[in-house]
Design a protein around this ligand. Structure first.
Ligand code: HDL
Ligand code: ZN
Length: 415
C-alpha cells in the first residue's frame, strides 16, 4: 500500500504545477526587440544588485556609470559573488536562475557563462524561461511617455499574447504641467487647469492608449506624501479623468504606494527609497468611489497590516504583491500569512516586477516555495478542525492566488 502523499507535498505540487499570471513586470513583448532585457550581464546590472555592489566597492559612481554594460556586470560579479558571498535575495536570484538553466555558477567564470548566453536565440530563450518559471502570461509596464517604447506602439507591432499591456501614467499624474505640454504636442487640446475641455482631452488620451495597447489596467506609483482628497493636479486628474476612464473601460486602477524617488541620485535607477504612506488617502478613494476597483501594493512594511485591514472594509480594494524591498523571504512569509489570515484567498500574493526575463525563474521559484509553506500551514489547521482540503479545492485556491483572482478583479476590459 503506497504511503499517502503528505499535505506538504500535495500543496507544493499544485503550487509548482499551476501556471501563474504575473500581474506587474517591466518586461517587454519579444517583438519590442531592443526593450527586452535578457542574459547574464542584464541580470548582474539589475538595479537591486547595483545598489548592493556600491556598498562593497570604493569605485567612484561616475566610473561605474561611464563603464560599458559588460564592465558594470564585471564590477557587480566581483563585488557580490567573488569578493563576498551572494547571500542577498537578489544575489540568490542570479544563482537560482543560472542553476535552473543548467549553468554551474560556482565553477564557471563569467566569460564562459556569457558564452552560453551568446549561443541562445532570444525567442527560444523567452519560451524556455516562461516554461521553467511556469509563467502563463505577464503584464508589462507601458508608458506613452517613454519615447523609445512609444515608437514601437506607433508602428502597430504584432503582439505576443503572453505579454499583456498595462498603461503606466506616472508623468501624467505627478508632473502635470510638463505632461500637459507633451499631450498638446500629441494633439490633445489640454490646458493646465481642469476645465471640461481639458478633462475630456485627458480622457481621450487615456482611451486612445488603452485601445492601442489593450491595457488591462492603468497604473501609477505614488510617493508616501500622496494625499486624497487634496487640491492639486494629481487629485483632479485621478478623480475627474482616470477614475471615470477606468469605469468606462471596466478596468481597475493600480496604485503602487510609498516610493521616494531619487533618495540618492548618484545611484540613478537604484537610488529610489521607501516611505510610509498615509493610507487615509486609499481609504478615502475606496469609500468615495465604490464603483471603481483599486489594485494596490505598498512599499513600506509598516503599511502592510493597514492595507489588509482596509481590504477587509472595501471589496473594491485588491491587495497584491510583496513589492521590491518587501520581496524577501522573511517579509513574503509575514505578509502572505497576514493576508491569508485576514483575507482568505481574496488577494494576489505576488508579482515579479522582473526587468530581465531570466529573473522570472527565480522570482517565481522563490515565491512559490514560501506560498506553498504558508498554504500548507493553513490547510493543516483547517484539517485539524475537521475540514481537510480536497485536490479540487486546492487547485481552485492556487489558481485564484496565482492570477485567477486578479483576472476576475480586472473585469472585461480590452483583451
Ligand atoms: O515603480 C515601479 O514599478 C517599481 O517597480 C520600480 O520600477 C522599481 O525600480 C522596481 O523595479 N522595483 O522592483
Ligand atoms: Zn515595477
Amino acid at each position: 500500500m503506497p504511503t499517502p502523499e503528505s499535505l506538504e507535498h500535495r500543496v507544493a505540487r499544485f503550487v509548482e504545477t499551476t501556471p501563474v499570471h504575473d500581474i506587474h513586470t517591466h518586461l517587454y513583448d519579444p517583438g519590442f526587440r531592443s526593450l527586452l532585457a535578457w542574459g547574464i550581464d542584464e541580470q548582474l546590472v539589475y538595479h537591486y544588485l547595483v545598489s548592493e555592489s556600491f556598498r562593497q566597492m570604493d569605485l567612484p559612481f561616475e566610473r561605474f556609470w561611464s563603464a560599458s554594460r559588460s564592465e558594470q556586470a564585471e564590477f557587480v560579479w566581483k563585488a557580490l559573488f567573488v569578493d563576498h558571498s551572494p547571500v542577498s535575495e537578489a544575489c540568490r536570484g542570479v544563482l537560482t536562475t543560472l542553476h535552473a538553466l543548467g549553468l554551474d555558477a560556482r565553477h564557471q567564470d563569467l566569460p564562459s557563462i556569457r558564452a552560453w548566453f551568446a549561443e541562445q536565440k532570444p525567442d527560444d530563450f523567452v519560451d524556455r524561461v516562461l516554461s521553467l518559471a511556469n509563467v502563463r502570461s505577464v503584464c508589462m509596464t507601458n508608458s506613452p511617455f517613454d519615447d523609445e517604447e512609444r515608437a514601437y506602439w506607433e508602428a502597430r507591432p504584432v503582439r505576443d499574447s503572453r505579454f499583456q499591456a498595462a498603461l503606466r501614467i506616472d508623468p501624467l499624474l505627478l508632473s502635470w504641467p510638463e505632461s500637459a505640454a507633451r499631450l498638446r504636442g500629441w494633439g490633445y487640446a489640454v490646458g493646465l487647469e481642469p476645465s471640461a475641455g481639458t478633462v475630456s482631452e485627458v480622457r481621450r488620451f487615456l482611451a486612445d492608449w488603452t485601445l492601442r495597447i489593450k491595457s488591462r489596467y492603468c497604473m501609477v506609483s505614488l510617493p508616501p506624501t500622496f494625499v486624497f482628497p487634496s487640491a492639486n493636479d494629481t487629485n483632479w486628474l485621478i478623480e475627474q479623468a482616470v477614475l471615470p476612464h477606468c469605469r468606462e473601460f471596466d478596468q481597475p486602477f493600480a496604485l503602487m504606494m510609498g516610493v521616494k524617488r531619487a533618495v540618492n541620485p548618484l545611484l540613478r535607477m537604484a537610488g529610489d527609497g521607501v516611505g510610509r504612506s498615509d493610507l487615509n488617502a486609499l481609504q478615502n478613494l475606496c469609500a468615495s468611489h465604490p464603483e471603481n476597483r483599486f489594485l494596490v501594493t505598498c512599499l513600506a512594511r509598516e503599511n502592510q497590516h493597514e492595507l489588509v485591514v482596509l481590504a477587509r472594509k472595501f471589496r473594491n480594494l485588491h491587495p497584491f504583491g510583496c513589492w521590491w524591498f518587501t520581496n524577501t523571504p522573511q517579509l513574503i512569509e509575514e505578509i502572505t500569512t497576514m493576508r491569508l489570515e485576514l483575507l482568505g484567498t481574496s488577494f494576489t500574493p505576488q508579482h515579479s516586477d522582473a526587468r530581465v526575463i531570466d529573473q522570472l525563474i527565480y522570482k517565481w521559484q522563490h515565491t512559490r516555495a514560501i506560498l506553498a509553506r504558508c498554504l500548507t500551514q493553513k490547510y493543516a489547521a483547517m484539517a485539524a478542525a475537521g475540514w481537510p482540503v480536497t485536490d479540487a479545492e486546492l487547485q481552485r485556491d492556487v489558481t485564484e492566488l496565482l492570477g485567477g483572482a486578479f483576472q476576475k478583479f480586472c473585469g472585461s476590459g480590452p483583451q
